[in-house]
Write a protein that binds this ligand. Structure first.
Ligand code: TMP
Length: 207
């Protein structure tokens, strides 16, 4: 089906089920004939996946927000050039697990000067913003329970400590700042229920 191109992102703290919802949404849209590209950040291209590995490997050390922003921007620019823009130009729906809002929150939350740098870099070097963003909202307690349930190393999550609640609130604030594109979804609901809400909203934007 030839559709209107659409750029959808999923955001939220770790453990909210974003990756699951990306996969379900893509599958449901494809079943109705929409061409979809599923992707993620940091990552999505060979170079950006290398940068993802680098960022993940240094998690225990934690570089400065500035260094992380530069690495994330390099990864994002490559991702935008090679995957996101070509897919949108050919009328596809791009569904991305994390994007700029994650940088705004993870790197920029606690420092308004850094947040301004993120906005500036985005405007000058990246340029493209999502049409629709699902913010999956969950209490840090439940999120941590899910991460542990998946057998994933939770040291990084735990290293944020009390900051996780601030990150969560940061995402909710972003949703209030950008009501035209952001929809907050209660991530404590069963996955199938979340998928229905997400699919309904996405379809409205595909018409
Ligand atoms: P995830 O893809 O498994 O959620 O892991 C990505 C991690 O990278 C997650 O902890 C959030 C973090 N991240 C940032 O800190 N800034 C960013 O801009 C992005 C896209 C991710």
């Amino acid at each position: 089906m030839d559709g209107k191109s659409l750029f959808i992102t999923f955001e939220g703290i770790d453990g909210t089920g974003k990756s699951t919802q990306v996969a379900i949404l893509a599958e449901r849209l494809r079943a109705f004939g929409f061409a979809c590209v599923e992707t993620r950040e940091p990552g999505g291209t060979v170079v950006a996946e290398k940068i993802r590995e680098l960022l993940k490997s240094i998690r225990a050390i934690r570089w400065s927000a500035e260094v992380e922003i530069l690495l994330l921007t390099a990864a994002r620019r490559d991702h935008v050039d090679q995957i996101i823009v070509p897919a949108l130009k050919s009328g596809k729906i791009v569904i991305c697990d994390r994007y700029l809002d994650s940088t705004r929150i993870y790197q920029g939350l606690s420092d308004s000067k850094i947040r301004a740098v993120i906005e500036d870099i985005h405007e000058r070097i990246i340029g493209i913003s999502p049409d629709l963003t699902f913010i999956l909202d969950l209490s840090p307690c439940l999120a941590l329970e899910r991460i542990r349930g998946r057998g994933i190393d939770d040291r990084y999550f735990e290293s944020y400590g009390d900051k996780i609640e601030l990150l969560r609130q940061g995402f909710l604030d972003l949703a209030r700042e950008h009501p035209e594109r952001c929809l907050v979804v209660d991530a404590s609901l069963p996955a199938a229920e979340i998928a229905d809400i997400v699919y309904g909203e996405a379809r409205k934007r595909c018409e």
